[in-house]
Design a protein around this ligand. Structure first.
Ligand SMILES: [Zn+2]
Length: 430
C-alpha cells in the first residue's frame, strides 16, 4: 500500500464541523485511512492543504456532459422550443468523436471545479465511459431514451440500447456504474417505460429520469393520465429508493409525500430551472419531508457551466426565494446537497471525509480576497467560493489535479479539439 497525505489544512467533517487535521489516504484502495492532526506526516506523497479547506469531492447528480459543445449556442429560450429548435437538431449531427470531445471538455471543467463524481444521461455511452476512465472521475452513466416521434421498432431499439448500456458499461471500470435512463415521463411512451423499468429492476440498476420540470410538461400529463406525474411514475414502476429524478420543480404536497414514502431522490438543478424559467423547486419542503436531495448542473447549454460551487450558491439563494424565507436552504443544507446528498442520490461512494469512506476530496483555497475573513468556512463554500478556488482534486485516492494543473488530461488539447468540433457541429446543424 502507498499513501497520500493531504496535510496542514482544515477538514470538513461529515457533520459539517471543521477541524484542523490531515487526511491520510490509501492510494491503491482509494479509501480514507485516517483524519487527524499529523495523520499525513509520514505519507508517501503529500498534497499541501495549508490555507485551504479539505472538502469531499463535489458530486454533480445530473448533467449531459457532452453538451459542453453547445455551451452558449442557444440562450434565452424556454425549454420546449430550445429543445426542438436548437438542441435536438444539433444533437442529431453529433458524431462519436464529438461526444468524446465534449465529454473530455466537461471532465476537464469538472476536475478543475472540484467535481469528482457525476451522473450523465447521453448517447454513445461506451465512448463517454472511456473518457471518464481516462480522466479518473467516478460516474453513473446511462443512455437517454426518447420514443416520441419514433416508429415502434426505433423506439424499442432505443429502450434496448439503454438497457444494454446499463448491463455492459458498468463492467468496464471500478469507478463507473450505470442506470436505465428514460428521458422524461412525457418523451417516453407508457408501454416503453413499463417494460424498460421492469427490466432495469432485473438488471439491478436504478432509473434516472427528468420529472416535473416545467408546467408545460406536467399539465398535459395530468390531463392524459388523471393523476399527478409522480403517481403515474409509481404506477409504471418508478420511485424505488435507488431511483433519482432530475428537477422535481412542479411537485405538489401529495408528490412530496410520495417521494418521502418511497425513498426516491430528487436532483435539484437551480441554474437550469432559472435559465429556462422552468420554476422554483420547493427544496426546503423536500428537505423537511425527509426526501433525499442532490444537486446537479444539468447540461452546460442550460447553465452554462458545470461548477457545483456556483450551483451551491444558486441552490441556497433560490431555495430562500421559493420558500419566501431567508432561513430556508441554509449554507450547510446546500453544501450537504452537493456532497453526501448527491453521492447518496446516485448510490455512489464519496460525499464524506472519514475513515473507510472513498478517497474523493478536494482542497479549496481560502486565502483569497473574496474569501477573507473566514468567520465560517461552510458559509464561504455556499456563498462566496468559486470554481477557480479549487487547488487540488483527488478521486479514488488518485490526484487528478495538483496546484490547479490537471494531470489526467491535456487541458490545451482538450479545449482546442472541443472548440473545433463545436464549430463544425453548429455549421452542420444549420
Ligand atoms: Zn437534464
Amino acid at each position: 500500500m502507498t499513501t497520500l497525505g493531504i496535510t496542514d489544512g482544515r477538514v470538513l467533517r461529515p457533520d459539517l464541523s471543521v477541524e484542523e487535521a490531515d487526511v491520510l489516504v490509501d492510494r491503491e484502495g482509494g479509501e480514507v485511512l485516517d483524519v487527524g492532526p499529523d495523520a499525513g506526516r509520514d505519507a508517501d506523497e503529500r498534497l499541501d492543504a495549508s490555507g485551504g479547506l479539505v472538502v469531499p469531492g463535489l458530486v454533480n447528480a445530473h448533467t449531459h456532459a457532452a453538451m459542453t459543445l453547445l455551451r452558449g449556442y442557444a440562450d434565452d429560450k424556454p425549454l420546449e422550443s430550445w429543445l426542438r429548435e436548437d438542441v435536438w437538431p444539433a444533437e442529431a449531427e453529433l458524431t462519436l468523436d464529438d461526444i468524446a470531445a465534449g465529454t473530455r471538455l466537461a471532465a476537464l471543467e469538472m476536475i478543475r471545479s472540484g467535481t469528482t463524481g457525476f451522473a450523465d444521461m447521453y448517447f454513445h455511452v461506451p465512448r463517454v465511459a472511456e473518457v471518464v476512465e481516462t480522466a479518473g472521475l467516478r460516474a453513473r452513466l446511462g443512455h437517454g431514451v426518447v420514443t416520441v416521434g419514433k416508429d415502434e421498432a426505433a423506439a424499442w431499439a432505443d429502450v434496448e440500447e439503454s438497457l444494454d448500456v446499463a448491463e455492459t458499461v458498468r463492467e468496464t471500470s471500478d469507478r463507473i456504474e450505470t442506470a436505465f435512463m428514460p428521458h422524461s415521463l412525457t418523451t417516453v411512451g407508457e408501454e416503453y417505460l413499463r417494460e424498460g423499468v421492469a427490466r432495469a429492476r432485473d438488471l439491478d440498476v436504478p432509473v434516472h429520469i427528468h420529472a416535473n420540470e416545467t408546467r408545460g410538461e406536467v399539465d398535459p400529463l395530468v390531463e392524459e393520465h388523471g393523476v399527478r406525474p409522480l403517481e403515474y411514475a409509481r404506477e409504471v414502476g418508478l420511485l424505488e429508493p435507488e431511483d433519482f429524478l432530475a428537477h422535481g420543480v412542479h411537485v405538489d404536497e401529495t408528490e412530496v409525500e410520495l417521494l418521502a414514502e418511497t425513498g426516491a431522490s430528487v436532483v435539484h438543478c437551480p441554474a437550469s430551472n432559472m435559465k429556462l424559467a422552468s420554476g422554483m423547486a420547493p427544496v426546503q419542503r423536500l428537505l423537511d419531508a425527509g426526501v433525499g436531495v442532490g444537486l446537479g448542473t444539468d447540461g452546460a447549454a442550460s447553465n452554462n457551466d458545470l461548477s457545483l460551487l456556483g450551483e451551491l450558491r444558486d441552490a441556497a439563494m433560490l431555495g430562500k426565494l421559493a420558500a419566501d424565507d431567508a432561513s430556508a436552504v441554509a449554507a450547510p443544507d446546500a453544501v450537504r446537497m452537493a456532497t453526501a446528498g448527491s453521492a447518496d442520490a446516485l448510490s455512489l461512494p464519496g460525499g464524506r471525509i472519514a475513515p473507510g469512506e472513498a478517497a474523493d476530496c478536494i482542497v479549496v483555497d481560502l486565502d483569497a480576497a473574496h474569501l477573507t475573513p473566514v468567520h465560517d468556512p461552510v458559509s464561504h463554500l455556499a456563498y462566496a467560493a468559486a470554481a477557480s478556488d479549487v487547488r487540488h482534486t483527488v478521486c479514488d485516492g488518485r490526484v487528478l489535479m495538483r496546484d490547479r494543473e490537471v494531470l489526467t488530461l491535456d487541458a490545451d488539447a482538450v479545449r482546442a479539439e472541443a472548440a473545433d468540433r463545436a464549430r463544425d457541429l453548429v455549421t452542420r446543424a444549420n
